[in-house]
Design a protein around this ligand. Sequence first.
Ligand code: PBG
Length: 315
Amino acid sequence: MILERLHNNEIINNMSLESKFVRDQLVQPIFIHEDEKNETTIPGLGKNKILFESNIIETISDDVKNGCRNFILFFVPKTKSNNQFITSFQENILSKIKKEFGSEIEIWVDLCLCSFTITGHCCLFEGEKINYADSLEIMSDIALSYVRGGADGIAPSSMLNGIVHSVRKKLDLHDFKHIPIMSYSTKFASNFYGPFRAAADSSPSFGDRTSYQLDCTDKENAIESSVRFSEEGADLLMVKPGLLSLDLIQPIIEKTKKPVGAYQVSGEYSSLVYLADNKLIDFDSGLLETWSTFKRAGAQYIISYGSRYAKKLGL
Ligand code: PBG
């Protein structure tokens, strides 16, 4: 089944190619806000913009024209809650996108609660403790609604134990056995998510994410985390922040025999933007150098805010 899910179409097939570096291995993140505002730039993320229902089709059309056809979406709803999550806005946009582009593109959807909750946390809390049962149930239902809307794949990023298993069970039960899961499987509690949190409106209102994200000094646990999510049923694994996790890619591949990708996170990408803005590096060749390094380290796919430039960079 895993093999079949990874050979659903040409794009996902390319994502798990070991030997070559091809453009489809680059995944472009897109932020979509329900609440339409004029201010759409994201500090630090260069030409990446916050999108709305009104300009999403146009942006993806441009990207497709430029040879980019693999996307991961981050939805930011208008109203936040700690117990009720309505996903009609997301479903509506997903079906609009799929109606327009069909199987021409691959749409992954990030599955998390941090942009939805009043707390800004990736899961639900009961007092100081994570409420696992409700978090898993609610996120699995949300995953199902994304797939019903037209998502081609689900990317659970909350790092909650059990989330991949729970989503897989839910999708299988509703005849979505063919939908792949890309697990954020080794994700550190990092300082490098700053620009993302501004774009996704997802900063925690109390504490930090160390109760569910990993400690960057603990190598063994970081590798084990990917092994666990692999055992839960993930099809694709991931390390994040990518550049800060290069040493983990090979050991994870060896232990799981699954494709491992690297997420070049917002803070890592912003470093290049700021250096280039200050005329300290050439942006294009600097970006390409980081991607080549991910490939050298064994990453099979890369999530990068510059994916839409891949063709321009010669890929
Ligand atoms: C949601 C999520 C985060 C990122 C991807 N999914 C933020 C976080 O964990 O705080 C970060 C991506 C980036 O910085 O580019 N949980």
